[in-house]
Ligand binder design. Structure first.
Ligand code: TYD
Length: 285
């Protein structure tokens, strides 16, 4: 990293790199501590040493709403909601957020931070709900719904997330956190119904055959009930807003997975198979 910073004259870091899947963090937390905590520390410290007291540089840290814990039926996470992480994944991201803020307060490193709700869209690794369900439908495999399927997530299309990060990098205030959300809350099973309809339409298959694959399985331990983001700070201060409706985003996503089967089979080979099997085994599938 030191070599990269000096050789390429790096002046901006957008730190998206992380182990990001809750179920994986339950099966093997160590990689999350190494990548998310030690990895963030490594980048921060190299940036601090390379940049000294420069004011024309920026370290933007991309994080998650999961650091705030779980919501009941009402309320929203704001930038001042106390941290209450509940999985090894969210605890590792909370830890990295704290390090980023500490480097701002202690060393004056110019940082910004964003906490985003659930992303979906092209290139998402098919361990996550939406791509996993699309690919399982196409392969005629079970669609595993955790618990009662009534957990709620706030979904934002990946391009809307990226535009929000771009606005923060260009117009955000150093030392500040911005929440990013879709203002788009869905229960998992309602989302799955809509995804089944769209996948059936786009692939020319019968939605009934996909519905028959829906399988209720053992719940994720410590499964957070609801996430919902208040992103009014980002909207009013920086003028960002979501551009993609859920239907539009889902359709683009389904089309992308249909058109990129080679990428899908590549990422689903090797290590992926072991992980998927272990995860299903733990849920009695
Ligand atoms: P996920 O994509 O893992 O995101 P996160 O847990 O970080 O919010 O899961 C989204 C929701 O879908 C979550 O409530 C867990 C649920 N889920 C299932 O019901 N079945 C699955 O196979 C997966 C991967 C997730």
């Amino acid at each position: 990293m030191e070599k990269v910073f000096t050789e390429y004259g790096i002046d901006t870091v957008v730190h998206f790199a992380a182990e990001s899947h809750v179920d994986r963090s339950i099966l093997g937390p160590e990689a999350f501590i190494r990548t998310n905590v030690l990895g963030t520390y490594t980048l921060l410290d190299v940036a601090r040493k390379a940049w000294g007291n420069r004011g024309d540089v920026l370290f933007h840290h991309v994080s998650t709403d999961e650091v705030f814990g779980s919501l009941g039926d009402s309320g929203y996470f704001t930038e001042s909601t106390p941290y209450d992480p509940r999985s090894p994944y969210s605890a590792s991201k909370a830890s990295s957020d704290h390090l980023v803020k500490a480097y701002y307060h202690t060393y004056g490193l110019p940082i910004t931070l964003s906490n985003c709700s659930n992303n979906y869209g092209p290139y998402q690794f098919p361990e996550k709900l939406i791509p996993l369900m699309i690919l399982n439908m196409l392969e005629g495999k079970p669609l595993p719904v955790y618990g009662d399927g009534r957990n709620i997530r706030d979904w934002v299309y990946v391009e809307d997330h990226n535009e929000a990060v771009w606005s923060i990098m260009n117009k955000g205030r150093a030392g500040e956190t911005y929440n990013i959300g879709g203002e788009n809350e869905w229960e998992n099973i309602v989302l799955l119904d809509r995804l089944i309809e769209i996948t059936a339409e786009e692939s020319g298959k019968d939605p009934g055959s996909f519905k028959a694959l829906v399988t209720y399985v053992k719940d994720r331990p410590g499964h957070d009930r609801r996430y919902a983001i208040d992103c009014s700070k980002l909207k009013t201060e920086l003028g960002w807003k979501q551009r993609f409706s859920f239907d539009e985003g889902l359709r683009k996503t389904v089309r992308w997975y249909l058109d990129n089967q080679i990428w899908c089979s590549h990422v689903r080979s090797g290590e992926y198979r072991n992980w998927i099997e272990k995860n299903y085994e733990s849920r009695g599938v």
